[in-house]
Design a protein around this ligand. Structure first.
Ligand SMILES: Cc1cc2nc3c(=O)[nH]c(=O)nc-3n(C[C@H](O)[C@H](O)[C@H](O)COP(=O)(O)O)c2cc1C
Length: 441
């Protein structure tokens, strides 16, 4: 009997939304024994014939021990095929990684392609593709990230097939070449021009240089005289009041200094929390002087939230202020628990989830839980290729921690967060319906 990590198939949404006639399921399972080329060929033959009848498309990746499969199509057909797959004794330990209504097909035209390392050198080469090493490594390290990793196979589709992204971008009435041009335009021109519109030069993002007086500011923040703290912030923020001068060089290092003062037993945890609130108030007060950019281009849909249970909200506050100044319209929420967060992600399309921990404390103890929260968020998300950004002191000091908890982007500073977000979408090669629709500010 095969296991399934999430409820029965009956909970594939059948609501009357535009996507109710299409659903996606992504699962992982373990091969009972290694499959030969011949075994794989026979599996593919059956799958492709039946998928064509059921209007199901997708990809199955076999890495010699596990299968990862993406299926998409009408819910009833997907349900029937999943029933057979669940009962197939060539694999076991089947675990659903994501399932739900889908706004569009990602693997249009693939009645079921096989992705397997080494397949291009076998008799399977005409129906198989070679998955890049980083996708295989990513799947082994972070199985829960399978939806976003499998989608990265889409651009590897041979040119004579219609790519799902281009089909959906162009509308089906447009031919393959027009669709391909549109896709190229969005990924190669629209997103770079957005990056450019923000004045982002190509190349590395430099680590922000801390203002040497940030420690002095932290000490004032825990003292009783708050006017002195605000005066110092005013003095240090630069003449034009630009948030660029305020956030990364000053407020973020001051927050870390507050954590250090607590470490040295100079102040209590309550003092740190109060100090962070004061920094957030200063960001609001002084940031209001800084002009907001007018964006007349599409932008992704961003949900900003502190990790459920995190009481420090400075990172979420600064990210939200920064994006607002950049002309975006992020949604800020404060989910009480993981279910709350899941509801937010399943009820609305979200391109980017920005989750944050404390700007002052390292929160080492929170990491295993955060990994679970991120995996759960991906499962709950309506967007199977949700980009997850994490921020907070832990990620500033060790750039590897973000990947360890399963995030796509580990943010070291609020500055340039919009750039990191746009680049991560571009790297995925995925454009959500909202970006495609060209939501204009
Ligand atoms: C890893 C794996 C992936 C499969 N993918 C599909 C698929 O996409 N479509 C399909 O019809 N059958 C697929 N099958 C085969 C089904 O399990 C099943 O053998 C086939 O649909 C025939 O079903 P039936 O025996 O109930 O008639 C897959 C099997 C395995 C082990």
């Amino acid at each position: 009997m095969l296991n399934e990590s999430r409820g029965s198939f009956d909970d594939i949404p059948r609501d009357p939304s535009p996507s109710a006639d299409l659903c996606t399921v992504v699962y992982r399972s373990r091969a009972v024994k290694p499959l030969s080329d011949l075994d794989l060929k026979s599996l593919l033959r059956t799958a492709q014939a039946r998928n064509q009848r059921e209007a199901i498309t997708g990809v199955v990746l076999y890495d010699s021990s596990h299968f990862f499969q993406w299926l998409e199509g009408p819910p009833a057909g997907v349900e029937r095929v999943m029933e057979s797959i669940r009962n197939d004794n060539r694999h076991r330990d089947l675990e659903i990684l994501t399932k739900g209504a889908a706004p569009q097909r990602r693997f249009d035209g693939w009645d079921m392609k096989l992705a397997a390392p080494g397949a291009s050198a076998t008799s399977l080469r005409s129906e198989a593709l070679e998955p890049p090493r980083d996708i295989i490594d990513g799947l082994r390290r972070q199985p829960a990230a399978a939806p976003s990793l499998l989608v990265k196979l889409v651009p590897l589709l041979p040119a004579d097939n219609e790519s799902p992204l281009s089909a959906s971008l162009a509308g089906r009435e447009l031919g393959n070449s027009a669709a391909a041009i549109l896709r190229t335009v969005i990924l190669d021109a629209v997103i770079p021009s957005l990056l450019d519109a923000h004045g982002f030069p190509p190349g590395r993002i430099e680590a922000p240089r801390a203002n040497p007086r940030a420690c002095e500011l932290a000490e004032l923040l825990i003292a009783s005289d708050q006017t002195a703290a605000l005066d110092l912030i005013r003095e240090l923020r630069g003449k034009d009041g630009d948030v660029e001068q305020l956030f990364a060089p000053l407020l973020e290092p001051a927050a870390r200094s507050l954590g250090d003062l607590w470490d040295e037993d100079v102040c209590s945890e309550f003092d740190v929390t109060l100090g962070l609130c004061r920094l957030q108030t200063a960001a609001r007060l002084l940031g209001a002087d800084s002009p907001r950019r007018i964006l007349r281009v599409a932008q992704p849909s961003v949900l900003i939230a502190p990790v459920p249970g995190e009481i420090h909200q400075l990172v979420a506050g600064l990210d939200s202020e920064w994006l607002w100044h950049a002309g975006w319209s992020p949604r800020s929420e404060f989910p009480a628990n993981e279910r709350d967060l899941g509801d937010m992600l399943s009820s609305n399309w979200v391109d980017i989830l920005d989750l944050s921990l404390s700007a002052a404390f390292r929160r080492e103890e929170s990491m295993p839980r955060l990994a679970g929260i991120i995996a759960g968020a991906r499962r709950a998300s309506r967007n199977p290729t949700l980009v997850v950004v994490v921020g907070g002191r832990a990620f500033v000091e060790d750039s590897a921690v973000g990947a360890e908890v399963g995030a796509d982007v580990s943010s070291r500073t609020t500055r340039d967060i919009d750039r990191r977000m746009l680049e991560s979408i571009q790297a995925d090669g995925i454009v959500s319906p909202i970006v495609r629709a060209g939501r204009v500010q």
